[in-house]
Design a protein. Structure first.
Length: 152
């Protein structure tokens, strides 16, 4: 497994990751990546997890506006058939390392409080994130926003 900055050649494989996970519509990916791929690293940080030369997952984080050294991991996804092999952990570890080496202080993650996201919340806890806040009914009635926090 290899973790590296996302490249334009990864887009089609990462769209398959999105298709498999339903994280967000795959059609959004090229536009979301465009600033990063053109060299504007201030707008976000994209990493790809590659296994045997094939992209199997990615993560994306962006700086929080009006906050000093605080970033938000806005997306992380692994092909369903590749989940459970440590790819998500490897992506998170690399993201944290990259941010830390650039003098960043905090990484937060927003997720859902529904039963369908129990494994997601447990993933963040296992990776050292602390549930810092819960906003009731944020995403929809009965769907809380859960904010996890980690010092870098």
């Amino acid at each position: 497994m290899k973790i590296r900055p996302t490249k334009s050649r990864d887009v089609s494989a990462l769209q398959l990751v999105l298709e498999g996970t339903n994280l967000f519509p795959q059609e959004m990916l090229p536009e979301m990546l465009s600033a990063f791929l053109s060299g504007d690293k201030d707008l976000g940080h994209w990493l790809t997890c590659e296994k045997e030369g094939v992209a199997i997952g990615f993560c994306y984080a962006a700086p929080e506006q009006l906050a000093e050294g605080t970033w938000n991991m806005l997306a992380i996804a692994i092909l369903p058939e590749e989940q459970g092999i440590g790819a998500g952990k490897a992506l998170v570890n690399r993201l944290e390392s990259d941010l830390r080496s650039n003098g960043q202080r905090i990484l937060i993650v927003d997720t859902s409080g529904t039963d369908g996201f129990t494994d997601t919340r447990e993933f963040y806890r296992k990776n050292g994130y602390i549930e810092e806040a819960r906003i009731r009914d944020f995403w929809a009635p009965g769907d809380d926003k859960v904010v996890f926090w980690k010092a870098l």
